[in-house]
Ligand binder design. Sequence first.
Ligand SMILES: Nc1nc2c(ncn2[C@@H]2O[C@H](COP(=O)(O)OP(=O)(O)O)[C@@H](O)[C@H]2O)c(=O)[nH]1
Ligand SMILES: [Mg+2]
Length: 396
Amino acid sequence: MINIREIVEKFLGKPIIDKIAIDEFILEIQKNMLLSDIPPKSVFEITQRIKQKIANERFPTKQMIIKVLYEEFKNTLGEEYKPDLRPRRIMFIGLYGSGKTTTIAKLWKYFSDRGISTRVISFDDERPAAKDQLKQLVRDYTDKFNPRDNEMWLIDTPGKSVEDRAFIEKLKDIKIKTKPDDVFLVIGADTGKYAAKLAQGFSELGITGVVITKIDGSGKAGGAFIAVKELNVRVTFVGYGEKIDDISPFNPDDILSRMFGFININQLKEIKNDISNQKFEYNFETYLKELNSLSGKSIDDLLIGMGIETNLDQSMKLHEMMKKFNAMINSMTPEERRNPDLLKSSDSRIKRIAKGAGLKEIEVRSMLNKFFQSKKMFEKIKNDKGIINLLKKIKI
Ligand SMILES: Nc1nc2c(ncn2[C@@H]2O[C@H](COP(=O)(O)OP(=O)(O)O)[C@@H](O)[C@H]2O)c(=O)[nH]1
Ligand SMILES: [Mg+2]
């Protein structure tokens, strides 16, 4: 996986964003993309587009630059896959060890959990253990291929090398026998940019989609995703672990949140738990804790890492802002910290806090505004099922 987290963190920590800082940032991204096995041509094209967008901006800010990067990657990865839940036959093909049998067991559960009657069959007679593997994972596995209406069938096949003609002919026979609606090519993320050649090798089987597995363990997943995208074959499902639930329909935001990572893993862990438990109170106590634990970065950066727009006042440098926030919050009474609404319509409280913190009243008001905007954003996230599911899925 492209790990851009560190590069982004370094960039966010820079006091001044000038042309040199931007060029250095892009160069780091390019290096990282090449290491992720993304074809050089794509690396060049993608980063040219990012550069162009930044150059069009009169006053590029860190937030804007990260957003451009995020969006460009998102466009490059392509559309989210919405699984077709109509009963159908899907044949899985791919090299030995790419993860076909594991993917089938995972998808058997995925479709069964959604109330679809799902059957599995293995035509892998090269490796009899494949059947045992499925028998252990899939309830009522049988060796009979007797599809009925309203049944989903997942068809396992042997895997060898594409240079082996007899193997390709065998797959064709299985295809004729089972008449699949879909043929999904299973590719391990470690295949990197070679994924394109691999897909071409299997093309005579009429591939309708690709499954990319093992993105948890490979530094080359970025290459695999982009190589596949350039062939105009879509990625359908993504496997990210050995366990039966470690599969999701392809979603660029999900992949990107893995790529960009998060600014502070412990912080994310806490937020993830709090959001899942729905008990997180967004008040000045938690806000102060957040500000300090992010040491120079605010929750806004975290949100930007997830591609969520924030209203952070661009002109106020982060560390200055933090100092002022600290002073302001330290001048509040414990009651005010726990219950921010007390400050909403009280001029006398604001006056007192400004005096105690050595700030202008207008500064206090502006910070309170920022806080309430953040709070609103947080509440939106807290109630957004999509984001909660995303957070739950991210393994930390
Ligand atoms: N870490 C990880 N391992 C996987 C994933 N998918 C499959 N594997 C492992 O890869 C190995 C080969 O998988 P298998 O399904 O037998 O491959 P097949 O030969 O294509 O059927 C097994 O050890 C699996 O547990 C994945 O998404 N992540
Ligand atoms: Mg197998």
